[in-house]
Design a protein around this ligand. Structure first.
Ligand code: KTE
Length: 511
């Protein structure tokens, strides 16, 4: 198959947004907040750290608000919660559905499924306190509790509450970060107003500070078991540079989280997956679902932008499964699968099973969104470089600008690479190459078999390895805000990779 670099799409595309990675209509966005599922209206709610008037982070920070029926098409409602003083900010937090009215905020006129209480950090120059507010209109506007704060320690680094109902101990549980003391504190409450400290969790990679903790019960695949997973975000301080999320697998009794071991695990091996939060009040059939901010505090304020800046990751469904983390050790590992919602494959889907010799290039994308799904076998060959790679990009002002993801058998590692000759790539923190290791997914005789799945959506590439075992999420910025208009599968070592592939353009199913 020859390489047909099709003509550039009309410039109109140049100013499009990612199709399904949520972006704010205007202004600045960072962490996802207040994620919950409104069962009465079958509606996913996502709030977000927001400043409508700037495209860089600055006070006053609001909670912006978006809703979706399918976790891919979002309707942005703008600011839902703001502070009373412009130097203060409504920092990160979450929402619970207080259907039994433990808070006393609601009367019988409010549907129990819509008894929405937000728990968040109020950031002032003097202090960070945990405050609450309730909504009487289904989450579109809020009334602040008259006796805030509900939790304070006269600290400036005490933030990001994540609260959930723990049925076995019949209490609300809050995890919250004492950021620069490297503590995830665990509190309990009967009414969301009075909180008692149960325990501190202090394990993990150090970094500069802890942020955006989470704690959720996660199903174990192929069993009726569940285990608890504790998430902690770190920023800055990762060797790769900047922000990242770590997690621990263990047990939780309502008072103490006890990890299975003391090893910290990373959720994503890319540069742009931060402040991950799971949705609350999700029916069992949807599993555990969460979203992260697809950026990095090292350079989020300087990536190319027009009237808005930043995007979220795709929502991801989480499970746990026993997988080989190296040839000798198997352990329960977080499995993450992107939620494609109402994304559908366009008819020009390409599938095949080839030993890659010459590059295979696929039609230009009418949507700027590509999906690739590869299962490949490594066949012995003698080559100096041994990379199987998927390239996505466009010809911008006569120059090919590409991102790529792939596998190099010389070092048995996966990579993602966003190097290109652009202004943001000159930024020393915009690390252009990331890597991840996964054990072979299977063997075909002696030949190791791996899987690599990816979604390229405008300027975000999310890569998942071995059916959800490892992931690399990276933003990229072609010049002139151009979007990829072709995908190519190639190998630097002809004959080394036998690949079963499916490549498709994705679009939103309008039905
Ligand atoms: C914010 O850089 C500071 O100026 C923090 O490191 C960012 O903190 C505020 O964003 C987070 C949360 O801990 C805060 O609640 C929120 C993490 O927008 O991204």
């Amino acid at each position: 198959m020859h390489i047909f670099l099709l003509a550039l799409l009309p410039l109109a595309w140049a100013f499009q947004r990612p199709l399904v990675h949520f972006t704010p209509t205007k202004g600045w966005m960072n962490d996802p907040n207040g994620l919950f599922y409104d069962e009465k209206n079958s509606l996913w709610h996502m709030y977000y750290q927001y400043n409508p008037d700037h495209i860089v982070w600055s006070e006053p920070v609001y909670w912006g608000h978006a809703t979706s029926k399918d976790l891919t098409q979002w309707h942005d409602h703008g600011a839902a919660l703001g502070s009373d003083n412009v130097q203060d900010g409504i920092f990160s937090g979450n929402i619970v559905v207080d259907r039994n009215n433990t808070s006393g905020f609601f009367n019988s006129s409010v549907d129990p499924e819509l008894r929405i209480v937000a728990i968040y950090t109020l950031n002032t120059p003097e202090e960070q306190t945990q405050d609450i507010a309730y909504s009487l209109d289904g989450g579109y506007s809020f009334v602040k509790y008259a006796h805030n704060p509900v939790l304070s320690h006269n600290l400036t680094q005490f933030r990001d509450p994540k609260v959930f109902w723990h049925a076995p101990s019949s209490q609300w549980v809050m995890v919250v970060a004492m950021s620069q003391q490297y503590k995830v504190q665990i509190y309990g409450s009967a009414d969301l107003k009075h909180w008692v400290l149960h325990s501190n969790f202090t394990l993990g990679v150090l970094g500069f500070q802890y942020e955006c903790p989470g704690l959720v019960e996660v199903p174990v695949e192929n069993s009726t078991d569940t285990r608890w997973v504790l998430f902690v975000a770190i920023n800055p301080g990762l060797p790769l540079g900047g922000s990242a999320n770590q997690y621990f697998v263990g047990d939780f009794d309502g008072f103490t989280f006890t990890p299975d071991d003391s090893q910290a695990r990373f959720m994503d091996y890319g540069k742009d997956f931060y402040a991950y939060q799971v949705f609350d009040n999700v029916p069992k059939e949807h599993g555990v679902v969460g979203v992260a901010w697809a950026s990095n505090w090292q350079y989020c304020a300087v990536v190319p932008a027009t009237t808005w800046r930043s995007s979220m990751s795709l929502a991801r469904n989480m499970t746990l499964a026993r997988r080989h983390v190296n040839p000798e050790t198997e352990m329960l590992t977080l499995i993450q699968r992107p939620v494609l919602g109402s994304l559908v494959r366009r008819s020009n889907r390409h599938t095949g099973n080839v030993t890659v010799h010459t590059p295979l290039t696929f039609n230009s994308s009418a949507t700027g969104v590509f999906e690739f799904d590869l299962t490949f076998k490594v066949k012995a060959q003698n080559c100096s470089t041994a990379q199987l790679q998927v390239l996505a990009g466009a010809r911008v002002n006569g120059t090919l600008q590409l991102v790529r993801a792939g596998y190099d058998n010389a070092v048995t590692l996966f990579f993602a690479d966003r190097a290109m000759d652009t202004e943001i790539n000159k930024n020393p923190f915009f690390t252009d190459k990331t890597a991840a290791y996964v054990d072979p997914y299977a063997y075909d005789g002696e030949a190791p078999v791996f899987k690599m799945y990816g979604v390229v959506d405008g300027n975000v590439m999310e890569v998942h390895l071995n059916d959800g075992l490892g992931s690399m999420t990276n933003t990229f910025f072609l010049d002139g805000d151009a979007k990829p208009d072709f995908l190519e599968l190639s190998s630097t070592c002809p004959g080394m990779y036998s690949v079963e592939y499916s490549v498709a353009e994705l679009t939103l199913d309008s039905t």
